[in-house]
Ligand binder design. Structure first.
Ligand SMILES: [Fe+2]
Length: 451
């Protein structure tokens, strides 16, 4: 009797083959407006073992859509130095090799480059040229200028074309560095940010005028790091929690820290600035966990579950209002990225069921942040969606479009790329593209339109 850990069982288990398939079968009709690649990254340990879900080698699954057809599917490991020859991120002497991450968390495009990302290390560039699709080009360190890891959640500014990001970690200060690349892909700003400790910092926020960091009480744990099993962090509410606000027009200026209740946030939905006679504010929507990496239960005996919250940072008074907007457990928040940093009306999240519960029926939700109403698509028993990326139907930000997500079907042990009409979420899928193999549960991706 084998005892497979949950993060390697069922559809968490890695696939073993890299496939290429053409002209995929489709139920429904692929919108002919969709021309480009849907790419999604996730952990897929090539030795079929890893100590934690977050540690597997990155594998990108991609589907190309063109002229109303799904012209191809490919899945490829990212050939990091860790994948290719087992290079350790940190050797016995403590030397760090920033090319030796697993590149398993996200895939984004900036300045013509497609980058596979993980927060421990450098991004890896992927090829999308015909005949080389999803081949690994190599690590990308911005021409030697990047000297820290890069978050897997960089933010593209739709107004300037800049890419804002940060790197964090290490045994000594600075534990946090803020970076900015211009629209041409040149790294123009790298500055340390003073924080009291190395905390796990998965995401941050960008508005038209501000950058907001989250220093939350999931603190680096040297002992756990040495064991090389599990995540090297501990829930330490005594560390406190704070948001750090930096003005974009004063990138080397002071970061203003404002305390919040201890919690954890993997993912930000969106952030924007707001001002009126009452003052200046930053509004942040997040998927907030009351605590993380602890078995502690709340007063009703329940586990910590993530839900949609709004934080309103009052820059005039120096306070933060924290409000829970819904109690539906969810993750993977996404918007129409053309509205990033501005007030976006709609936020999309995934309800996938817990790994412990097995392949429960999953849903995609579309929150109307203006009215508080919610639309939902239910995939049916045993069908589990992943993060959904928004693909626009035209050039109006906030206008019509589709949600694209991989859906795993436990009954067939296969996956589909499902396309939903974002404005009519409850309707049957516009199209379901049947893939030649299942896509293991993974993390993040993007719709990369040709134009
Ligand atoms: Fe993430």
């Amino acid at each position: 009797m084998t005892n497979t850990p949950a993060h390697l069982a069922g559809n968490f288990a890695p696939v073993t083959e890299e496939l290429t398939a053409h002209d995929l079968p489709v139920t429904g009709a692929i919108p002919p407006e969709l021309s480009g690649w849907y790419l999604r990254n996730g952990p897929n340990p090539h030795d079929a073992a890893s100590g934690h879900w977050f540690f597997g080698d990155g594998m990108v699954h991609g589907v190309r859509l063109e002229g109303g057809r799904a012209t191809s599917y490919r899945n490829r490991w990212v050939r990091t130095s860790a994948f290719a020859h087992g290079a350790p991120l940190r050797d016995e002497e403590g030397n760090v090799d920033l090319t030796a991450g697993r590149a398993n968390t996200h895939v984004v495009r900036h300045a013509g480059r497609t980058l596979a990302l993980i927060e421990s290390s450098f991004p890896y560039e992927l090829d999308l040229r015909k005949g080389h699709e999803l081949d690994t080009v190599g690590p990308h360190d911005f021409g030697g200028r990047l000297a820290t890891p890069m978050t897997a959640h960089p933010k593209s500014c739709p107004d300037t074309g800049e890419l804002h990001f940060f790197g964090y970690g290490g045994r000594e200060a600075p534990y946090l560095t803020y970076h900015r690349a211009d629209a041409a892909g040149e790294l123009t700003i790298s500055r340390p940010v003073d924080v009291p400790a190395h905390t796990m910092m998965h995401d941050f926020h960008l508005t038209a005028a501000h950058v907001v960091f989250m220093d939350l009480p999931v603190v680096f744990d040297e002992e756990r790091a040495r064991s090389r099993q599990g995540m090297p962090y501990t829930w330490r509410p005594d560390h406190g929690a704070r948001l750090g606000v930096l003005r974009r027009d004063d990138p080397y200026g002071a970061v203003r820290w404002l305390p919040i209740e201890p919690c954890y946030v993997f993912h930000a939905l969106n952030a924007y600035d707001e001002s009126d006679a009452d003052g200046e504010r930053i509004v942040l929507h997040v998927i907030r966990y009351p605590r993380l990496f602890t078995d502690e239960r709340d007063e009703r005996g329940e586990r910590a579950r993530p839900a949609l919250w709004r934080w309103t940072v009052d820059l005039t008074r120096g306070t933060v209002r924290e409000e829970q907007l819904d109690d539906q457990p969810c993750e993977f928040p996404r918007i129409d990225d053309r509205l990033a940093g501005h007030s976006a009306r709609y936020g999309h999240v995934t309800v996938a069921g817990s790994p412990e519960a097995g392949p429960a029926a999953g849903e995609l939700l579309r929150y109307d942040l203006g009215t508080g109403s919610v639309a939902r698509h239910t995939f049916g028993p045993g069908r589990v969606p992943a993060e959904a990326a928004f693909a626009p139907a035209d050039d109006r930000p906030g206008g019509p479009g589709w949600l694209l997500t991989y859906v795993y079907d436990a009954a067939t042990d296969r996956s589909d790329l499902v396309i939903l009409d974002a404005d009519d979420l409850a309707a049957p899928p516009v199209a379901a593209i049947h893939l030649p193999q299942r896509v293991p549960y993974g993390f993040h991706g993007n719709w990369l339109a040709d134009h």
